[in-house]
Design a protein around this ligand. Structure first.
Ligand SMILES: [Zn+2]
Length: 136
């Protein structure tokens, strides 16, 4: 299984099936939405970079925990080697306040995938290679 986590802007540079994991898409983009809702919205609360990183991570991981069965079912059915490109808005130049670190749920989703699917090849792109959180 090959997964790339990138921005809408960078998606054109990847081959594979692109899906949006953002709350909404740019007007020029019309990707299908990822079939499981992993948008950063926890019990109606929009999670975003105005939150403390540790609090965002905690709440986003709760979203993933709630969706865990569906996510495991979805990813364990993937047999094709065609990459899945999961996209949202975040790029380093949209977040200058974090000085070269990216604050974005796609990173946390990527870590979740790596943790649950040891064979997955997960690539982090357009800023996601430099997370605001440390992987533990
Ligand atoms: Zn993002």
């Amino acid at each position: 299984m090959k997964i790339a986590l990138t921005s809408f802007r960078d998606a054109k540079n990847w081959e594979g099936t692109s899906c949006s994991i953002a709350r909404w898409q740019p007007v020029w983009s019309s990707m299908p939405e990822f079939p499981i809702d992993v948008k950063p919205v926890y019990k109606g609360e929009k999670l975003s970079e105005w939150m403390k990183p540790v609090e965002y991570k905690r709440k986003y991981n709760l979203i993933l925990k709630e969706k865990e069965d569906k996510l495991i079912d979805f990813f364990s059915r993937i047999e094709s080697d065609e990459p899945i490109i999961l996209c949202c808005w975040c790029t380093l130049d949209r977040q200058p306040q974090f000085k070269g670190k990216l604050f974005c749920h796609r990173i946390l989703l990527g870590w979740w995938i790596e943790e649950h699917f040891k064979y997955a090849m997960v690539k982090y792109a357009d800023g996601a290679e430099s997370p605001i959180w440390k992987k533990i």
